[in-house]
Design a protein. Structure first.
Length: 294
């Protein structure tokens, strides 16, 4: 049976051959490619073996092209130049495309929006589109979520910051409401919740949840974030991520309740490994980490 000859040469050898021909030096090509001179020589020998002809004439102190080598180098040099050019154009196109970032609505409002001006001040050309609600990570450049780290092959999931859960209310509500000495007393109070974040009350109350849910009064709100506004207005007690209400706590608009019973969770930023090839994505990632810490 006749063995079919491969149509393509060893592809790893082509950039090595191009670099050696450009410098007319094994040593200089090795420096450029971060290889040893021996590794460069082996790549050239493999390519010559595949082609069945010599590409260079070697003397003690210098190398020169053979006639076949000079013709072949000219074609390879042109082809690799075209590949570099189209790769550069594509990379620039990727960096000009808007980054699409998923985020919880209140996190976007309270943590990202106040710092967003610094992003554009440092990188005026960057374009970022934020989306809220449930979106598949496959359709996003990155997504911010709260809770637990997600382990998924080919993706990075890194901690952005604390997302500790604690009940809060206004000083005015606390002044006129029934006694509130322990979490069990919440059954005599008005609790604020949205459909999206009923889980947060369940998470914080733990085993108490069924009993307190059956006895307390709830004010249900359609959109997440409205429970925070309602708490500031003195309508009841909201369960929030403490990071999201730092300003309201500092200004005295809200007070934190039962801080020793705080539930500790984290915000995470998740993205696919290849996103790190984009300069604009790397810049955004670094900015996001600094903005959330601040």
């Amino acid at each position: 049976m006749q063995t079919k000859r491969r149509d393509l040469p060893p592809m790893t050898a082509l950039p090595v051959f191009e670099a050696v021909g450009r410098h007319m030096s094994i040593a200089k090509a090795a420096d450029e490619l971060c290889l040893t001179p021996g590794a460069v020589s082996r790549q050239i020998q493999n390519l010559e073996s595949f082609l069945g002809c010599d590409l260079f004439e070697r003397s003690h102190r210098r190398i020169t092209f053979t006639p076949a080598g000079e013709v072949y180098w000219d074609k390879i040099h042109t082809s690799l130049g075209q590949i570099r050019a189209v790769t550069s154009d594509l990379s620039v196109g990727i960096d000009r495309r808007p980054l699409v970032i998923g985020s919880p609505r209140v996190f976007l409002q309270k943590c990202i929006m106040p710092a967003l001006g610094t992003l554009y001040a440092r990188r005026p050309d960057i374009v970022v589109k934020f989306v809220t609600g449930g979106h598949d990570i496959e359709g996003l450049d990155g997504t911010i979520h709260v809770g637990e780290a997600i382990s998924r092959k080919g993706f990075v999931c890194e901690i952005l910051g604390d997302a500790d859960l604690t009940p809060v209310c206004s000083p005015a509500y606390l002044h006129r409401a029934p006694p509130l000495d322990t979490p069990d007393d919440l059954e005599r109070h008005t609790l604020l919740r949205s459909a999206e974040f009923t889980r947060n009350w369940e998470r914080w109350l733990g085993a108490r949840a069924p009993r307190i849910f059956s006895r307390t009064r709830f004010i249900d709100l359609e959109s997440s974030g409205l429970e925070l506004t309602a708490a500031v207005e003195g309508l009841g007690i909201a369960i929030v991520r403490q990071k999201l209400v730092k300003q309201e706590l500092a200004d005295g608009q809200l007070v934190a309740l039962f801080e020793k019973d705080m539930v500790h969770e984290h915000y995470f930023f998740m993205f696919a490994d290849p996103k790190l090839r984009s300069d604009s994505f790397r810049f955004f990632r670094n900015w996001l980490r600094d903005a959330v810490v601040e």
